[in-house]
Design a binder for this molecule. Structure first.
Ligand SMILES: Cc1cc2nc3c(=O)[nH]c(=O)nc-3n(C[C@H](O)[C@H](O)[C@H](O)COP(=O)(O)OP(=O)(O)OC[C@H]3O[C@@H](n4cnc5c(N)ncnc54)[C@H](O)[C@@H]3O)c2cc1C
Length: 383
């Protein structure tokens, strides 16, 4: 039976970043198993590519601060361009409760060195002239941080795959894991489409598919797949420097995409499940609200649309670190903001596995045992 020092299940941003950081630290034989024919086609490949520091919890602000700095160095360090555009993230607020919450968030962000701006309607109108601020719900205020923005998820994945392989890691596609093998209280291997692999260390990084895989090892993992949809228009003459615009109360967002607009809107009534078909009814609702907020879209032609899956936890915070089975570690459950945190999380996974615990960031709030302890500190800035 082939053996590996570490088997990573999942070749999305978390898995490939971890493979790179483990290989960089000469972790032995690192084997990554991806079930799809290509890397990064799961949540990572269907995501909007947004990167932001504007969160409501200190741990997420910290993770994003370190991760976005890594994305800024990525082109040079990883020899891979990632179309990084720090165009800002403009949150649009339309009710008093959100304004009060964002005032607290901005205070926390500023304490942590993130100079988020508070914007009045006139300033929002100047920075986002394509928006109708009076469309219901009317926009009252907003926030922006100029070093938030966008990067290309596919390029980030390719950069990590290329460099991880160069450093000796084995990353395979078409190699789905079927079961995590257990003997007594510990991991002993993985049964996969390419046969059984003996290992004492498994990193479960299968994004929205992580729950059923953890269950094969007898570990309940509270991560559910939840469909989210995106549509992209044909070119409309949109300026490349347009900020990422988020109508927070409606979970409705817009950003520049090849001269047109990429837009998404989260369906608050979506039910869990591995649904990857586009919901036509929700598309109508989404477009109605998108056109009301950005009237130019009435003239737009649809270029493409797709559905992807968020990997959602009860507190919208990831689960990072050991699971209650010796040798099994996870990094999943990012609930809609994992792409931007992939770079630092790969490094933290290497620390978890090789040093016994992550030390660059205090992950205590993100541990699995928080659910049993009832110690949840939810992230509120979820789109
Ligand atoms: C519509 C949408 C918009 C989003 N927008 C943003 C955004 O703007 N910014 C942001 O930061 N985040 C965003 N996200 C969230 C982000 O995409 C995810 O949090 C992140 O990509 C998760 O990465 P991952 O590696 O954990 O999961 P994935 O990328 O899903 O990777 C898991 C991999 O595991 C593989 N796999 C599954 N089962 C098996 C198996 N049995 N064996 C082997 N491999 C397996 C899958 O094929 C997949 O490639 C968005 C998500 C969606 C759906």
């Amino acid at each position: 039976m082939p053996t590996a020092d570490i088997v990573i299940i999942g070749g999305g941003v978390m898995g490939v970043s971890a493979a790179y950081h483990l290989a960089r630290r000469q972790a032995g034989r690192v084997l990554l198993l991806e079930k799809a024919p290509f890397f990064g086609q799961g949540a990572t490949g269907t995501c909007a590519g947004g990167i932001r520091h504007q969160f409501s919890t200190a741990v997420n602000i910290h993770l994003s601060t370190l991760s976005i700095a890594m994305l800024e160095r990525f082109a040079e360090e990883m020899e891979q361009e990632i179309d990084l555009r720090l165009v800002g993230y403009l949150f649009l607020l339309s009710n008093e409760a959100d304004i009060a919450a964002f005032e607290r968030n901005v205070q926390l962000q500023r304490q942590m060195g993130i100079a988020t701006e508070w914007l009045d309607r006139a300033e929002i109108a100047r920075r986002a002239p394509l928006l109708d601020l009076d469309a219901e719900p009317a926009i009252l205020a907003g926030t922006n941080y100029h070093r938030d923005g966008l990067a290309d998820p596919h390029s980030v994945v390719q950069g990590y795959v290329k460099q991880a392989r160069r450093l000796g890691a084995h990353l395979l596609t078409g190699a789905g894991a079927r079961r995590i093998l257990v003997a007594g209280d510990k991991v002993v291997g993985v049964e996969s489409e390419i046969g059984q692999i003996a290992t004492e260390t498994v990193l479960l990084a299968a994004g929205p598919w992580s729950g059923p895989l953890a269950a094969t090892a007898g570990v309940p993992l509270p991560v559910i797949p939840l469909r989210r949809q995106i549509a992209v228009t044909r070119p409309l003459g949109i300026p490349r420097h347009m900020p990422f615009l988020i109508d927070f109360a409606q979970s409705l967002y817009f950003h520049y995409e090849t001269g047109g607009i990429l837009t998404g809107m989260s369906n608050p009534h979506e039910t869990p499940g591995e649904k990857l078909d586009v919901d036509a009814d929700w598309t109508l609702t989404h477009f109605e609200h998108a056109i009301a907020r950005m009237p130019l879209l009435e003239q737009a032609q649809l270029l493409t649309q797709w559905a992807g899956l968020y990997e959602v936890t009860p507190d919208h915070q990831p689960i990072i670190g050991p699971l209650p089975l010796r040798g099994l570690t996870t990094c999943t459950g990012f609930s809609g903001h994992g792409f931007m945190q992939g770079p630092i999380c790969g490094q933290l996974m290497a620390e978890e596995i090789l040093d016994g615990a992550a030390h660059t960031v205090d992950l205590s709030e993100l541990r699995y045992d928080r659910f049993a302890a009832g110690a949840l500190a939810p992230e509120k800035n979820v789109v």
